[in-house]
Design a protein around this ligand. Structure first.
Ligand code: ATP
Ligand code: MG
Length: 178
């Protein structure tokens, strides 16, 4: 299985100018005092995976630009690039850049549509919509509070097995009838 090797951020949330986060290992732990920016690392990761602003703790995409949270954006744009290292050590670079509220996506430097970008992420097992890759602060508690049915539904969504549940139920019903 591949892993996240590095994040390069520019004017994103608490990072002013260009900064590199990483290189990461296969297992990483981020520690820091309250408000030091730990969750912003998750937000940067969610952002580069194409998450919507509301899932990144802001109302509008433009609010993600450094300084925008206090009404003083330090730039007109922000960007995050993620270096993904695959099974055979081959690297892929996913990048998202925002200018105001509009986003531009690139895979290995080539500009692509969001659909193509999401498709390339899915090829390496990242399905942002299914929430199979990011568990934000607060989500751990809500997962722990779920009942068995809700938790089953969540795993069905993450694994995509939910797509087969109608077929499974039909086959089970047919077997029970026979
Ligand atoms: P906690 O331990 O409380 O969960 P944390 O380490 O996860 O804290 P974050 O929520 O990642 O902290 O970071 C909060 C910091 O990010 C605040 O200091 C806030 O001012 C800063 N911040 C958020 N948005 C922006 C922005 N657009 N520009 C500059 N700084 C920002
Ligand atoms: Mg936090």
């Amino acid at each position: 299985m591949g892993f996240l090797k590095q994040l390069d951020v520019e004017n994103f949330k608490s990072w002013r100018g260009k900064q590199t986060i990483g290189p990461f290992k296969r297992f990483n732990c981020i520690i820091g005092t309250n408000g030091s920016g730990k969750s912003n690392v998750m937000d940067a990761l969610g952002f580069v995976m194409g998450e919507r602003a509301v899932n990144l703790r802001v109302k509008h995409t433009r609010d993600l630009i450094h300084g925008a949270h206090i009404g003083k954006p330090s730039s007109t744009f922000a960007s995050v690039s993620m270096i993904y290292c695959g099974d055979n050590n081959e690297e892929m670079i996913f990048s998202r850049r925002i200018s105001g509220d509009s986003s531009e996506y690139r895979v290995n430097g080539k500009q692509v549509t969001l659909a193509k970008y999401t498709g390339e992420l899915e090829k390496i097992g990242i399905v942002v919509k299914a929430k199979n890759c990011l568990v934000y602060q607060g989500a751990v508690e809500s997962i722990a509070m779920m009942n068995a049915k809700e938790r089953t539904k969540m795993f069905e969504r993450i694994s995509s097995s939910g797509e087969l549940s109608a077929e499974y139920d039909a086959k089970l019903a047919a077997l029970q009838k026979a």
